[in-house]
Design a protein around this ligand. Structure first.
Ligand code: ATP
Ligand code: MG
Length: 443
């Protein structure tokens, strides 16, 4: 057993020795039974919060109104919650009243899904009045009690339902799905942050397609406070574009792919991610990838026919890498690598070198060579940012004996592009010579 399990055992034993009942409950039992890693352990007890506080040397009253005390034992924190029921849900999101009760089965009844309503005591015996263990074997998410009522009480449960189904790769029980369909409008009562937190876990999880498919079918996201356009007529196309999402390593790239599949411009994506209260870092990371996409698409569309145009494409790609950064550029290539290649309008030269299909039929061949070439172009860049250039703006101002002005940024960028493209070595003397040549040319 882990250090956490041993510490939890001490907490449960201590409560029991003081004449109370106490059990492991919820996610930790579910994950343990599934053989999945357990990240935290919650404890449910007949002891009242003040009794819990009196027993343990170190405790924090983290949610007294709901009966929750965090007990710290051997460096681990455990949420110890008094058996309770809830009633009078306000706005489909929180109970108005919490009642402490004596029977653990009453406490299990208020929990969302059968697989989350199992508890286990020191003797290892499960208390499982709603047959959660059976549902774990059947791999099904099922509400405790009447699904429609349970989703009506707390609308976030609908997203939790899809999140658990997605992360665990489970199906959803028929009645539970029906209840969800009937109550889906209630999602409008839930704060965007909470919806996003669930959505994040679906998107970052091991089976994102499962959850996304379910979300598309129930059209739940269209009903939230900040609608996410993951519904509608183009869903078949969006589904085809996101088929490879599970292969992308980072959440940033998975979100970029989703927004790409939803035909969002970089600008639209920025607005959407802001409305969804994403952090600035995530938002700009995603938006930069979509900006690279736009530069890439424009460069390909602008390609004249003929073999010489590959060099033009390479230069435009390098320019985009310099503007948007290597990370965003490589991010877009990762997306391209898993996107089905459908680019029927490519000029002949590009289609051979980039191995994009020529026919107008959609193909599932990844644009692998395409991506390979662009990756090599990045790898061959002697530098990728202005800070690596062997000459500074101040040195140019001095050498050319001119006042700083708009010419300076233009010149630095010209030099950067020339070095990055391999036209000019990154050498101070040669850069100065080129700068003087550019300056003469300018006049
Ligand atoms: P994870 O921590 O992996 O998300 P978990 O099951 O531990 O899974 P928590 O949100 O930590 O989920 O909640 C702990 C337990 O509290 C759940 O297992 C469930 O029994 C109960 N629970 C949580 N949220 C709700 C809810 N909205 N409605 C009813 N019961 C809930
Ligand atoms: Mg938990």
């Amino acid at each position: 057993p882990s250090a956490m399990a041993i510490a939890a055992e001490i907490v449960i034993a201590e409560l029991t020795q003081n004449g109370h009942e106490a059990y492991w409950v919820g996610g930790c039992i579910r994950d343990e039974l599934l053989g999945r890693p357990v990240h935290d352990m919650d404890i449910t007890t007949s002891a009242l919060p003040e009794e819990v506080i009196a027993i343990f040397a170190r405790s924090v009253p983290t949610g007294l109104a709901h009966g929750t005390v965090t007990v710290i034992q051997d460096g681990c924190g455990f949420e110890v919650t008094t058996y309770r029921t809830e009633s009078g849900y306000v706005d489909h999101r929180r109970p108005e009243h919490v009642f402490f009760v004596n029977d653990v089965k009453e406490d299990l009844r208020r929990r969302d899904f059968t697989i989350n309503a199992i508890c286990c005591g020191l003797n290892g015996e499960l208390i499982d009045p709603f047959e959660g263990e059976k549902d774990l074997q059947l791999q099904v998410i099922r509400c405790v009690g009447d699904a429609e009522e349970r989703f009506d009480e707390d609308a976030l449960r609908m997203l939790r339902c899809i999140r658990f189904a997605s992360v665990l790769d489970f199906s959803i029980a028929k009645n539970t799905w029906r209840g969800l369909m009937r109550q889906r409008d209630k999602l409008a009562h839930i704060a965007v942050e909470r919806v996003r937190a669930e959505l994040d876990r679906i998107v970052e999880g091991p089976h994102p397609l499962r959850g996304l498919g379910m979300l598309a079918r129930c059209e739940l996201l269209a009903r939230g406070k900040a609608p996410f356009p993951w519904t509608g007529t183009d869903m078949a196309a969006a589904a085809a574009l996101t088929a490879g999402i599970g292969e992308l390593e980072s959440a940033r790239l998975r979100w970029a792919l989703l927004l790409h599949a939803l035909k969002q411009s970089a600008q639209e994506a920025d607005v959407l991610l802001r409305a969804w209260t994403f952090s600035g870092t995530t938002r700009s990371g995603v938006v930069q990838v979509l900006r690279v996409r736009e530069a890439w698409t424009a460069a390909i569309e602008a390609m004249p026919p003929g073999t010489g145009s590959m060099e033009g494409l390479r230069r435009q790609w390098i320019a985009a890498v310099l503007v948007f950064g290597v990370e965003a550029a490589e991010g877009w290539l990762s997306l391209l690598a898993i996107l089905p290649a459908v680019a029927p309008t490519l000029p002949a030269a590009a289609s051979s070198a980039f191995s994009v299909v020529e026919s107008t039929e959609a193909s599932t061949t990844p644009a692998a060579v395409n991506v390979q070439a662009a990756r090599e172009w990045i790898a061959q860049m002697p530098l990728t940012s202005l800070s690596e250039l062997e000459i500074t703006g101040n040195e140019l101002v001095e050498a050319l004996d001119k006042r700083p002005g708009p010419w300076l940024g233009k010149m630095l960028n010209g030099l950067l592009q020339a070095v990055a493209s391999g036209d000019l070595p990154n050498d101070k003397q040669l850069l100065l010579l080129e700068a003087k040549r550019m300056d003469r040319h300018e006049r």
